[in-house]
Structures are given as structure tokens and as C-alpha cells.
Design a protein around this ligand. Structure first.
Ligand SMILES: NC(=O)C1=CN([C@@H]2O[C@H](COP(=O)(O)OP(=O)(O)OC[C@H]3O[C@@H](n4cnc5c(N)ncnc54)[C@H](OP(=O)(O)O)[C@@H]3O)[C@@H](O)[C@H]2O)C=CC1
Ligand SMILES: CC(=O)N[C@@H](CCC(=O)OP(=O)(O)O)C(=O)O
Length: 352
């Protein structure tokens, strides 16, 4: 019998928040071996210099990003980079036969003109981009399993789409009435210093930002339009709140059948997600908290109906760095490799 062989995996952007989550999770994944970590300003440092608490487990050096060399060493590559870089690197990795999972927005869009309009980045990789699959396993499991290139969703879109999908797919709401009111902790902005993320600015305060112009709007609209069967515009308002991890998306919409009650909808949501190990639909009257999901790959969904207004209210709580980013990418990797969807992923949150 041949020696058991783990799949060699690399992370480009290992020094950032997405990178450190990937390292933590992949070190415990039974089927992979981390063989390459890449970055830019941290080239030459060891991972343990950057994250001393993980030095005992993962102390590879941060190396330069040279696609030829990465592809020679890795079968699978995670790209956890600022927008506009994956689209320069992924084509070279794919050409050499790697499977690529991109955590940025570069491969989330079917229409690259939409991407360019919202991100201000021109693209020359249209043929490759057309092969990318949107990495939300709860909706596109079969396509992800066949993909070489996956564009993993953003954290706000993940929370929002898991709340909205059953409603749109089953025609339970008037789609144009949907409003997403979402709150995020500061880690969703990454590890680069920013004034608005200083403790003195962000603590003890909460505010909305980028109303009507947040770059996740077209990403959410693309998938919602697919689910509704026609082009949709969605109202999306993000808020920055003084916590480190977590996103709570609260979705409001007018029901198409005002006679539906809370338990009807909970039954429908539970059936919709019955084969989804990473979605937990809460019982009657239970509203999820971000703290429940912290550290796990789970999305908790709570459903309520306001009979006075005829609206359904769905709350969706995730850890932005796990189900909203690194965990979701590993969930996609498991599907691409034909492994169990739950392999190597944390099932229980930290709490409290
Ligand atoms: N944070 C979140 O909650 C989520 C983030 N995302 C997306 O994931 C991606 C990564 O985000 P996040 O980890 O938070 O970001 P960070 O800012 O924390 O990390 C960015 C990483 O990119 C590397 N990098 C930057 N420029 C280059 C370059 N020219 N060449 C090579 N490496 C480079 C940095 O390396 P170095 O430090 O060595 O310079 C660093 O490792 C982004 O596209 C983000 O939009 C998606 C979902 C959720
Ligand atoms: C607080 C804050 O600034 N958050 C980020 C969230 C970005 C994110 O999580 O998603 P992607 O990086 O996948 O686009 C923002 O609103 O742009």
C-alpha cells in the first residue's frame, strides 16, 4: 500500500487576517499539508514572527509571489489578497494545473463590467473569469465540486444571501421590498491600519457607511437576481460596530402571502437547508447572536414574522473570518477535492 499523501497547499496573502485563519484551519486539516506562504511587505519574515501564538504549529517563511514556483510546489492555492491581484496571479496558476480559491472579489462576478464599475479595476482575464464558480456551497455545491477556480463570497454577501435565499427561491416575498441591514466587526476590514479602525474611533460608537454604494451591493444583487429569476435591486446598508469578529445581517421583506406565520417559515427554511451542515435554523422565537458563530464555520439563522406589517424578518449571524472568508474557502476546497464538506472545519464556537 502507498504512503498516505497529503495534498500540498499554498496561501498567497498568508500574513493577513484571511491568511492567519487559513493557516490555523489548514494546519488541522487531515488531508492537506501547508507548503507555501506568500506575501509582500512581510517577505523574509517567518510566520511565527508575525503571529507568535502560532509559531509552534506553523513556522514557514513568508516568500515572494512567483506563480511558476508556487504551481511547482502546490496543487491547491488560496489567494487572500486585496482586490485586483488575484486576477493577475490566478490565470498563471490555473495554466499550470493548480486549483485556485480566491477570497477577494476578483472572481465573484459573472459580468466583469459590473466588477470594473464598482471596483475601478480593468480586467484582461475574461476567458478565465468565465470559468469561475461563486463559492457559496449552500447554493452552488455541485458546480463548486467541478470547479478549478472558485471566487469565494464576501462576508456581508454570505450572511445576507443565506438569509434571503429561501425567501427568493420559493417566491415567499415581494423581492423589490427586501432590505438588508447589516453590522460588521472591524476585522472585516483586514489587518492594514486605518484611522476609522483605531480603538479611539471605533469603540463605543456605531455608524452606517457607504449607503447605496457599498461594493457588496452588486454581488448580492447578482445572486438574488438568479434566485428571483429576474434582475433585482436590493437595499443594503452596512454598519461598523465596536467588536472584532462577526456579522449580523437582518433582512426585512414584505411577504407575498401575509397569511404565513413564523413556524411556517421556520419549516420552509429548515427544509431548504436540510442538507447544509453549516447552516443552523433557530427554533421559534430564537434570535441568533454573532457570538454563537464566533470561531466556527456555522451560520445561524433566526426567522420572525410581524403580522402587523406583513413583513418577514430574517437574522443571519456568522463569523466574518470563518464562514465569511477562510472557513467558507476550505468548505469549497473540500467539495472540489471530493472530501466531506465538514472536514477540518470548526463546528463549535468559542463562547462567550
Ligand atoms: N477580513 C474579512 O472579513 C474578509 C475579507 N475578504 C477579502 O479577503 C482578502 C484578504 O483580506 P484580509 O485578509 O482581511 O486582508 P489583509 O489586509 O489582512 O491581508 C492582505 C494580505 O495581502 C498581502 N498582499 C498585499 N499586497 C500584496 C502583493 N502585491 N503581493 C502579495 N501579497 C500582497 C499582504 O501581505 P503583506 O502583509 O506581506 O504585505 C497580506 O498578507 C481581501 O480581498 C478581502 O477583501 C473576504 C471576506 C471577509
Ligand atoms: C468594516 C469594513 O470596512 N468592512 C469591509 C468588509 C469587507 C469584507 O468583508 O468583504 P470583502 O473583502 O470580501 O469584499 C467593507 O465594508 O469594505
Amino acid at each position: 500500500m502507498g504512503k498516505f499523501r497529503r495534498v500540498p497547499v499554498g496561501i498567497v496573502g498568508a500574513s493577513g487576517y484571511g491568511g492567519v485563519q487559513l493557516v490555523r484551519l489548514l494546519m488541522d486539516h487531515p488531508e492537506v499539508e501547508l507548503v507555501y506562504l506568500g506575501g509582500e511587505s512581510s517577505i523574509g519574515k517567518s510566520f511565527g514572527d508575525l503571529y507568535p501564538h502560532l509559531a509552534h504549529a506553523a513556522n514557514l517563511p513568508i516568500e515572494a509571489v512567483e506563480p511558476e514556483i508556487i504551481a511547482h510546489r502546490c496543487e491547491v492555492v488560496f489567494l487572500s489578497l486585496p482586490n485586483g491581484l488575484a486576477c493577475q496571479i490566478a490565470p498563471k496558476l490555473l495554466e499550470k494545473g493548480c486549483k485556485v480559491l480566491d477570497l477577494s472579489a476578483d472572481y465573484r462576478f459573472r459580468n466583469l463590467t459590473t466588477y470594473t464599475n464598482w471596483y475601478g479595476i480593468e480586467r484582461s482575464d475574461r476567458t478565465i473569469a468565465a470559468t469561475a464558480v461563486y463559492g457559496l456551497p449552500e447554493l452552488y455545491r455541485d458546480r463548486i465540486a467541478e470547479a478549478q477556480l472558485v471566487g469565494c463570497p464576501g462576508s456581508y454577501p454570505t450572511a445576507s444571501l443565506l438569509a434571503l435565499s429561501p425567501l427568493l427561491k420559493q417566491g415567499l416575498i415581494l423581492p423589490e421590498t427586501a432590505i438588508i441591514d447589516a453590522k460588521s466587526g472591524t476585522s472585516s476590514s483586514g489587518r492594514q491600519p486605518q484611522t476609522n479602525l483605531l480603538l479611539a474611533e471605533a469603540d463605543n460608537s456605531i455608524a452606517a457607511y457607504n449607503i447605496g454604494r457599498h461594493r457588496h451591493t452588486p454581488e448580492i444583487e447578482q445572486i438574488c437576481s438568479d434566485l428571483a429569476g429576474h434582475e433585482l435591486m436590493i437595499q443594503f446598508t452596512p454598519h461598523l460596530i465596536p467588536m472584532v469578529r462577526g456579522i449580523l445581517a437582518t433582512v426585512y421583506a414584505t411577504m407575498s402571502d401575509p397569511g404565513l406565520v413564523r413556524d411556517d417559515l421556520i419549516t420552509i427554511f429548515s427544509a431548504f437547508y436540510r442538507n447544509c451542515p453549516w447552516v443552523r435554523v433557530c427554533g421559534s422565537g430564537v434570535y441568533p447572536q454573532t457570538k454563537w458563530a464566533s470561531g466556527s464555520n456555522l451560520c445561524y439563522i433566526g426567522v420572525e414574522v410581524d403580522p402587523r406589517t406583513g413583513r418577514v424578518i430574517v437574522m443571519s449571524a456568522i463569523d466574518n473570518l470563518i464562514k465569511g472568508q477562510a472557513g467558507q474557502a476550505i468548505q469549497c476546497l473540500n467539495l472540489m477535492m471530493g472530501w466531506d464538506e465538514t472536514l477540518g472545519l470548526p463546528k463549535l464556537g468559542f463562547y462567550p
